[in-house]
Design a protein around this ligand. Structure first.
Ligand code: ADP
Length: 405
């Protein structure tokens, strides 16, 4: 069975075509700059890398083009798009409604539309991808995998803000959490690596990419997470501030800033970029710091310090912690950041092994804590696409079987 995974953003569509259940990636690609004068397309498969430039004005055209390329006589990897049985879509916000990946129905589409209010930059382009696929491949089963779903198990004391309760009832203002597909994938991988049931394990997962978030995962269920109503809360990120005193917003209003400017400031101009005024990319900051740049140094220090604070609070939330997992571009690739975040925590049960940590190979799973460490520390590359493919395959397989029976 072929399963296509789609991540449809505001001006780009990322995709991977899987053969299931053996989880083989047959092709993966990216269409960028949709709606601009020239769009960039690339597709990687056994046939090599295909790079094209073409004008693609809409997501619908984009999806049609991707399907054409997948089934292209010379460069394609399938004989016909009819071979695609299921399509899994990444959807950012599923509100309180969606606790797992679901079959997309008109009711589901309406709900995703409703939650666009909470994720105005993400849900509308996610929906454009869904609508385009429904038009281009009406016979395929479509599934939505929500970034918020894994965190549905947060208890009220973790998801409610100490605001007037009416705001939760009226507007749904609460912690939802994001990166759920990643937190879920790496915690499941850890159970597989340790060959232990996930129901026995308590883990702290750290997803450190452009966006950064952590989760306290108790017996396979997320019980707390650092992102909130939106992905702005929590850790320091590339361009997002993470936790701040909300009164800063009113202070800035008094100083003449408009709400839209403050929104941009907190989401696009803060975090590593804001402090360093150099870059939002951790690699550039490390380079600058190593050349003596003081602001790069403090930006990295604040990043690691905030993470340590969350480690401390999640150790207390979980009581007993079996493992800390690092994932995402920074978490997977940077030994120094992992070290800075967790060094000196032996009294709390976490002892990194400096050599193992430095030796962790890019793209591979590794244990980087010492043998004596009560809490293991692991690097586990995330694979959100595979998690979405698995969910989509499960739902598609079940429905196809029902149809056959
Ligand atoms: P996204 O959150 O968009 O999925 P990734 O998880 O791929 O992104 O993370 C991208 C970020 O990872 C980059 O902005 C960069 O800062 C960081 N990164 C990648 N490789 C390294 C590295 N070797 N050292 C430090 N940071 C890295």
């Amino acid at each position: 069975m072929k399963i296509l995974v789609i991540n449809s953003g505001s001006s780009s569509i990322k995709y991977q075509l899987y053969r299931m259940p053996d989880q083989q990636v047959i092709a993966k690609g990216l269409l960028e700059k949709i709606g601009e004068e020239i769009s960039f397309f690339n597709q990687k498969s056994q046939k090599g890398t295909l790079e094209l430039r073409k004008q693609i004005s809409t997501h619908e055209q984009g999806i049609m083009f991707i399907l054409e390329m997948l089934a292209d006589r010379e460069q394609g990897v399938i004989a016909s798009v009819k071979e695609i049985s299921g399509i899994g879509h990444r959807v950012v916000h599923g509100g309180e409604e969606f606790t797992a990946s679901v079959l997309i129905t008109p009711e589901v589409v309406a709900k995703i539309q409703q939650y666009a209010d909470l994720a105005p930059l993400h849900n509308p382009p996610n929906l454009m991808g869904i609508t385009a696929c429904t038009k281009s491949l009406p016979q395929a089963i479509q599934v939505a995998a929500f970034d918020t779903a894994f965190h549905h198990s947060l208890p009220p004391h973790a998801y409610l803000y100490a605001l007037p309760y009416g705001l939760y009832k009226k507007f749904g203002i609460r912690r939802y959490g994001f990166h759920g597909t990643s937190h879920r994938y790496v915690s499941k991988r850890l159970a597989a690596i340790l060959n232990r049931p996930i129901e026995e394990l308590n883990v702290i997962t750290c997803h450190l990419g452009n966006g950064c978030s952590m989760a306290a995962v108790e017996k396979g269920l997320s019980v707390d997470t650092s992102m909130g109503l939106t992905p702005l809360e929590g850790l320091v990120m590339g361009t997002r501030s993470g936790d701040i005193d909300p009164a800063i917003v009113f202070y800035l209003v008094d100083k003449g800033y408009a709400p839209a400017d403050i929104n941009r400031l907190l989401n696009k101009q803060s975090g590593l970029l804001g402090i360093s005024e150099i870059s939002n990319d951790m690699r550039n900051l490390i380079e600058a710091r190593d050349k003596g740049d003081e602001r790069a140094r403090i930006a990295i220090e604040i990043f690691c310090y905030r993470l340590r604070k969350y480690i401390g609070s999640y150790l207390a939330v979980l009581g007993r912690t079996d493992a800390v997992i690092f994932t995402g571009g920074i978490g997977e690739n940077n030994a120094m950041i992992r070290w800075e975040c967790l060094k000196g925590l032996r009294e709390l049960g976490i002892e990194m092994d400096e050599t193992l940590n430095a030796q962790a190979v890019k793209g591979a799973e590794a244990k980087v804590s010492s043998a004596a460490s009560k809490t293991g520390v692991f690097v586990i590359p995330t694979n959100e696409e595979l998690q979405i493919a698995n969910d989509t395959y499960e739902i598609t397989h079940r429905l196809v079987k029902v149809q056959e029976d």
